[in-house]
Every structure is written in C-alpha cells, then in structure tokens.
Ligand binder design. Structure first.
Ligand SMILES: Nc1nc2c(c(=O)[nH]1)N[C@H]1C(S)=C(S)[C@@H](COP(=O)(O)O)O[C@H]1N2
Ligand SMILES: [Mo]
Length: 305
C-alpha cells in the first residue's frame, strides 16, 4: 500500500504486435474449444459483463502486483510466489451454511461455468489496469453449499504458510489476510472467484489457485489464494480496515468523491499508459454503477466508505 514506489512501464518492453497476436490466438483457441500444446489452457465462455476497454498485457498484470505475503514491493510477488504449492488445495466453507466442509478445489470447480470477465481493476493506491480474468460467479458456490437464512456476510481468508510465503515471517499485516462482503454484494453477478487470466491458470503472483474479484471495489477487497469462506451474521474483520479504519472502510467502493485521507481518489494512473499519458478520471463504482448502485440505496457512502 505504499504510494510512492517507482512504477515500471512494461509497455516499453512489450511490442504491441506481440500483444495483439497473443489475444487473437487466445480468442481463436477459445472459440474452437482448442486446448493448445502448452496445456493449462482453460476453456471458457465470453461474458456480456466484460468491458471493451483494452486489457493490460499479461506481462503488466503479472509483474506489477500487490501480494504482501511475498513482500511489499510490486516486483516481489513475481520473484517469490513461484515457490507456493497450489496443488493440492482445499477451501474450508463453514459458518451459516447447509453443507459445511473442507472442499477439495477440484471438486469445488466441478460443474462451474468458467467465463472470461474482462474487468476494470482499481487499486486504492490510485493506479488501475484492465484484466481478462477467467472465473465464475461466487453465487454458484454459495448456492451449492446452501446459505442459511441468518447469514448476512461472507468472510474470506488467505492461506497462512510462512515457509512458502516469506512476507508472513514479518508482522507486515495481521495474518491471515482477511476480507469480507455483505451477502448481497457477494451474490451480485459481477462478483467472481477467478481461477485464471488470459485464458490460462492463475499465475501464482495473482492469487493462485483461486481468488476473489470484486470490480467495483478497491483492489484490496479482491483477496488472493483463498483457503476459507465463512458465512456469518456479523460483519467480519477485514485486514486493511482493522489496520487503519479511517483510511480503509469495510465497503471500500471505488468513489472519486471520497478521498483517501492522504491522497485524492478523483483520478488514476493506468498501468502501462506510458510516460506521457495523462491521468484518467476515476469513475463512481469503477464504472459499474448500473449493476451495483442499487445495493447502496439509502446509505451515505461518505460514512459507509
Ligand atoms: N492475500 C492477499 N490478497 C490481496 C493482497 C495481498 O497483499 N494479499 N493485495 C490486494 C491488493 S492491495 C490489490 S491492488 C490486489 C492486486 O491484485 P493483482 O496483483 O492481481 O493485480 O490484490 C489484493 N489481494
Ligand atoms: Mo491495492
């Protein structure tokens, strides 16, 4: 969450032609249902929820990361996440559900409909990207395990494994990394669990093997490498909110009118935009207001920030 780290511009090292070829190749392979020789290619359907904005390159998305379990530098996840064991992987689903249990990831993924969701992604640090995630709606899993009537929130936890996550040997954050959503936010069709990007399995630095993506909220809500999903009656504790409640609210909806106490949220810098690209205006709900504004009817978003 450091704001003034120097940023790398990967656009300089990624020729546009190579990027376009990659996209066309993937689109073609997906249309034919063709599993390429490189394997680990996922099969998925397109989605009308995707933005038509130009995605960032694979290189930009996988080399400029926030994943404090591997260190606070943007390049540290790329450097250290490779050592993370992501298979086998289990997700505990507990709390107010009909079918609690330790679910093997492969079982959890059986029968889910993978889609490509090209989403705008806005970090609270005021940079942004466009990412072609592969995933499925969180509601699919919640419906399958059966949400009990008393449940009002969904809590998430990241793996704790300091042997493989070097940052966890330091009290940078109160591990495990924790996040949460209100149940109606969790059930919104925009909210996905992502298992890949650019048509391939999720790179480890981006939160393999499964992470949350909530595109209308600041990036820190999109918790990575999830091992536990709990349905709760009370609002769950969230890592950044606990650390600094005046700076990071529980909701953390992208909102250009509510500044962070230490910087403006009115504009953002698109990663890879180049040295001379101007800052872009940040959009209310990161541009997803048509889908989610109604969730907050009657709430004062300057108080419920
Ligand atoms: N477990 C965990 N999840 C996390 C983080 C983290 O440090 N640990 N960082 C968050 C922040 S601040 C952002 S901006 C996004 C970055 O996702 P990306 O690296 O895939 O772009 O992940 C979020 N999820
Ligand atoms: Mo972030």
């Amino acid at each position: 969450m450091r704001r003034f780290r120097p940023d790398l511009t990967w656009s300089d090292v990624t020729p546009k032609a190579a990027f376009l070829n990659r996209r066309q190749l993937i689109a073609g392979a997906a249309a034919l249902g063709f599993a390429g020789p490189a394997a680990a290619k996922l099969s998925y359907a397109p989605s009308s929820y995707s933005t038509d904005a130009e995605p960032n390159t694979f290189e930009q998305i996988t080399r400029y990361n926030n994943f404090y379990e591997f260190g606070t530098g943007k390049d540290e996840p790329m450097a250290y996440a490779g050592q993370l064991t992501t298979d086998p992987w289990a997700v505990k689903i507990d709390g107010l559900v009909e079918k609690p249990g330790d679910y093997d990831l492969a079982d959890l993924l059986k029968g889910v409909a993978l889609e490509e969701r090209i989403y705008r992604f806005r970090c609270v640090e005021a940079w942004s990207m466009v990412v072609p995630w592969i995933g499925f709606e969180l509601s699919e899993i919640l419906e399958r395990v059966g949400v009990q009537p008393g449940a009002k929130y969904v809590a998430f936890e990241t793996l704790v494994r300091p042997e493989e996550m070097p940052g966890q040997n330091y009290p940078i954050l109160d591990w495990p990394y924790r996040e949460g959503l209100r149940l109606d936010e969790a059930m919104n069709p925009l909210t996905i669990l992502a298992t890949g990007l650019y048509g391939e399995e999720m790179p480890k630095q981006n939160g393999a093997p499964i992470r949350l993506v909530v595109p209308w909220k600041y990036g820190f809500k999109s918790i990575k490498s999830i091992v536990r999903i709990s349905l709760t009656e009370a609002q769950p504790p969230c890592t950044w909110n606990m650390l600094q409640p005046r700076e990071y609210g529980f909701y953390s909806n992208v909102n250009p009118e509510v500044d962070h106490p230490r910087w403006s949220q009115a504009t953002e810098r698109r990663i890879g935009g180049g040295l001379f690209a101007g800052r872009e205006l940040t959009l209310m709900f990161n541009g997803y207001g048509d889908e989610v504004a109604s969730l907050y009817a009657g709430q004062d978003l300057t108080k419920d920030f």
